[in-house]
Each structure stands twice: as C-alpha cells, then as structure tokens.
Design a protein around this ligand. Structure first.
Ligand code: FAD
Ligand code: FES
Length: 283
C-alpha cells in the first residue's frame, strides 16, 4: 500500500475562507479552512505554509501539518490545521475569525508511504506533533488497515489535546503526560516499549512519528535494535516551504554511509527515521 507522492507538483499560492477557529486546549486551536481547489490534492503527511498576516510582519508564512481534510458528500472541500499558540505568527492565527480569508501555499512536501502487506500501524506523537496524526490515521483506515494504535504524549493537561481530536473512531489511543495530569504519567516512548514487548509492534508494521527531536531520538533507539522502520515527520524552521530559500536543512545518512544535507520542505518533511542525523549523533 502506498499513498501518492506529490512533491513534483509546482507549489500553488491560494486563499481559503476560515470556517471555524476553535480552542481545544488552553494553548491549542484548530482552524478549518474552506479550500475546494486545494483540498482534493492533499495527502496524509503533507503540510501547508500559512500567511498569518496581511502586513509585512510576520514576513514569513508558518508551516503547519494538515490535520484533516474536510469532506462534503464524498468531496474534499477544505482542510484543518491544529496549532499551539507560541509566538507572533500563531498569535495572529488564533485571532482570526470565521469568514476571514487566509492565504496559504500547499499542499507541500511528501506523503506517507505504507509498505505493502502492513496490516497494523503505530502512530507516535509528542506535543504538537499530534498535528498530522488524525489525517494519517484516516488515510490508513481508508486503505483498509484496521489495527491502528496512536501513542500520544504531552506536557500536561493544559497541552493535552482531547482524544476525539487526536484520532478518528476505530483507533486505539494511548495518552500520557509528563506530570500524569491526563492518562499515564511518563513519556510516550514507554507505550512503544510496551507494544514491542507484547509483540504488537514488529518490523512488518507501519510506524509514523512526529514530535520533538528528543522524542525522535528515543523512538529511533527503541526501534532500531528490533529492525522496525519508521517514518518521521520533521519540523525544521522554514521560509518559503518549496525549496527556494534553503532555510530548512537537515542531515540524512545515505546508503553508502556518507551524510548529506537535505531540505525538510521538498525532500520531506517525511524521512525514514533511522536515516536522520541529529545534533550530537556521530557524524
Ligand atoms: C513541516 C512543519 C509542520 C508543522 N506543523 C505544525 C502543526 O501541525 N502544529 C503546530 O502548532 N506547529 C507546527 N509546526 C511548527 C510551527 O510552524 C511553528 O510553531 C510556528 O511557525 C511558530 O510561529 P510563531 O510565529 O507563532 O512563533 P515563532 O516566534 O516563530 O517561534 C516561537 C518559538 O517556537 C520555536 N519554533 C518555531 N518554529 C519551530 C519549529 N519548526 N521547530 C521547533 N521550534 C520552533 C521558536 O524557536 C521559538 O522559541 C510545523 C513546522 C513544520 C516545519
Ligand atoms: S523552507 Fe525554503 S528551502 Fe525549505
């Protein structure tokens, strides 16, 4: 099973109408945008680069994973992004109202690739890395996959997105927080350890992960000894979002062992987790 890659399509600058901008935690919002021209081209794992102001500042658009594609009578008519309010761009986003128009470029980046024969998936999200999970889970369900586990960890109850926003019905959702205020107390990687120990996560399963680098590193260290591959949705700082500004480099190990710079926006943002070279890894 594999989803289509669409990196070869030229980026398109578009406008949509905000249908909804609602708060789901004290710091997290979900914006629904009517965009019938763009939505049918959106694939799980892709992102959009959103204009957060009509003013010159913030100059740069802000990249956001596609959280869901909105369907109306079986036709894709729009999309949602889920975002934490952390700085000027996302502050502007959360102040936007229903009926306003918003500029965006997208869909951008590659989309998920699920190995043929995979019947089970584990989706691992840390913090606002929960953004793309629902769309990925929906795509897997649409491919006929029936055993989907979402392991989601956040800091505390103020940052913990409600389960109904995290994944569609039909998924098993495991939640933890650093302080134990929601779900199990601990890190999301503990769920990964449990799944491996219980034989519910093997090299034949599909693994998708999105979150901070520390979590990527921990997930990689757990999966590698068992030969379990994973796709990581990386989130480097971005400018253009389509390969022009060279503002989003990351390092990737090549098959011959050398390390090359890649662009998060056009070579990703999805990469095989075990090929990524993080700060502090041996060169
Ligand atoms: C492909 C991609 C997908 C993303 N998807 C989502 C999403 O679904 N939901 C979401 O909330 N955020 C997502 N992000 C991160 C989001 O783009 C930033 O949070 C946003 O740009 C912050 O803008 P700001 O002006 O509010 O804050 P800024 O002032 O730009 O940043 C505020 C703080 O956040 C840090 N920061 C900003 N961007 C990043 C980043 N990319 N990685 C790590 N730290 C960062 C800064 O260092 C600063 O401390 C994604 C990023 C990428 C590259
Ligand atoms: S954001 Fe401009 S090249 Fe990637």
């Amino acid at each position: 099973m594999s989803d289509t890659q669409s990196t070869l399509l030229a980026p398109v600058c578009m406008e949509g109408e905000i249908l909804e901008n609602r708060q789901v935690t004290p710091v997290t919002w979900i914006m629904k945008i009517h965009a019938p021209d763009a939505a049918p081209r959106m694939r799980a794992g892709q992102f959009v680069n959103l204009a957060t102001s009509v003013d010159i500042v913030p100059l740069l658009r802000r990249p956001m994973s596609i959280h869901r594609v909105v369907q109306h009578m079986g036709v894709a008519t729009g999309f949602c992004v889920l975002y934490d309010v952390i700085g000027p761009g996302t502050r502007n986003l959360h102040a936007m109202k229903k009926g306003q128009r918003i500029g965006f470029i997208g869909p951008l980046g590659n989309s998920i690739t699920v190995p043929d024969g995979a019947t089970r998936a584990v989706l691992i999200a840390g913090g606002v890395g929960v953004g793309p999970i629902k769309f990925v889970a929906e795509a897997l369900l649409a491919m006929g996959m029936r055993h989907i586990t979402v392991a989601y960890g956040s800091r505390d109850s103020d940052h913990c997105v409600p389960v109904k926003e995290v994944a569609p019905d039909g998924c098993r959702v495991l939640v933890c927080t650093d302080d134990g205020s929601v779900g199990r107390k601990g890190f999301v990687t503990e769920f990964v350890t449990d799944e491996i120990t219980r034989g519910r996560l093997t090299p034949n399963d599909y693994v998708f992960t999105c979150g901070p680098v520390a979590m990527f590193r921990a997930v990689r260290d757990l999966l590698l000894p068992h030969g379990i591959p994973a796709e990581a949705a990386t989130e480097e700082y971005m400018g253009c979002g389509f390969g022009v500004c060279f503002g989003c480099p990351l390092r990737q190990r090549q098959p011959d062992g050398s390390v090359e710079y890649k662009l998060c926006c056009v070579d990703g943002c999805l990469f095989p987790l075990d090929t990524l070279v993080f700060e502090g890894d041996p060169a």
